[in-house]
Ligand binder design. Structure first.
Ligand SMILES: Cc1ncc(COP(=O)(O)O)c(C=O)c1O
Length: 279
């Protein structure tokens, strides 16, 4: 969409056992490529393990290198709703732009994302919808002047209802309850001889694998199909540092302790049938 070309994308190395950028490597890259305009896309909550880049350190680098800092906070950004987990997003204020999905942890229907920018006039210059019948867009930009879309649904309404209904405290409770459940499931998995927890449970995702020598992606999918076909839970496949893995993501406002028992029962049933033995 941006026309920058795939060759302009550079993947940064992550820290060991982490999905967070190695800041030294990033600094080295910036030092060597200072002559080029550059956007650093940082993560506030990776898809696999909800890892966070050191946003504070990246923000500090902005003082020396003139890059644009975009933060993908699709669901990890909601850590800001809880005093317990707010530290994960420290340094977010350095961002030039941030994206967050309302259809993830805000529990509103697809497709409602939010974007924050420090450069609205630049955005309007890029996306302005110049047509006489739409009026002047730069002075008073409408949504169609700020995104690639012209016509759009009233996505903001369900998001507004949700915020209005639950408020700050409601979202703090939702986040903290989901994280507690994820941590409890993580503990059960860590204690089980049948599964391996692949990363610490930082927020709402448990990333784990079935314990099996030479586990392949097909075997992983076979286990997931057995698990999901029970109709009690739905978990998704991934690959974490080369290992076929499973993501159990908590985000629904109604998920409770009672569901944790259901989840564990479903996992136990699926693993017994997978190993063809009673567990
Ligand atoms: C961290 C992160 N960024 C971006 C996305 C893209 O989501 P969407 O296309 O729903 O905005 C996802 C989806 O899972 C995600 O987890």
């Amino acid at each position: 969409m941006l026309g920058m070309g795939r060759n302009s994308i550079h993947t940064m190395l992550c820290l060991e056992q982490r999905e967070a950028i190695d800041i030294t490597k990033l600094q080295q890259f910036l030092e060597e490529n200072l002559h080029e305009p550059c956007i650093v896309v940082a993560n506030a909550g990776t898809v696999n393990t909800v890892d966070f880049d050191d946003l504070q350190a990246i923000g500090e680098l902005k003082k020396r290198y003139p890059f644009w800092l975009h933060i993908d906070a699709a669901f990890g950004g909601f850590a800001a709703c809880s005093p317990k987990y707010r530290h994960f997003v420290e340094g977010m204020n350095y961002a030039d732009s941030i994206t967050i999905d309302a259809h993830k942890w805000l529990n509103v229907p697809y497709d409602a994302a939010m974007q924050f920018t420090r450069h609205q006039s630049l955005q309007a210059t890029v996306f302005q919808n110049n047509a006489a019948y739409l009026g002047s867009s730069l002075e008073n930009p409408d949504f169609c002047d700020l995104t690639p879309e012209n016509s759009r649904r009233f996505r903001a309404l369900p998001a507004w209802f949700s915020l209005h209904a639950y408020g700050k405290l409601g979202y703090q409770q939702l986040i903290e309850e989901n994280v507690l459940l994820a941590q409890q499931l993580g503990q059960k998995i860590d204690d089980s001889p049948y599964f391996t927890l692949l990363a610490p449970v930082r927020l709402n995702i448990v990333c784990f694998a079935v314990n099996h020598e030479a586990l392949t992606a097909e075997m992983n999918q076979q286990f997931l199909t057995t698990l999901n076909q029970q109709g009690q839970v739905y978990m998704t496949p991934t690959v974490y540092k080369g290992t076929p893995a499973i993501r159990a993501a908590f985000s629904n406002w109604r998920t409770s302790q009672a569901d944790l028992a259901i989840i564990w029962e479903a996992l136990t049933t699926a693993i017994s049938s997978y190993f063809n033995e009673s567990i």
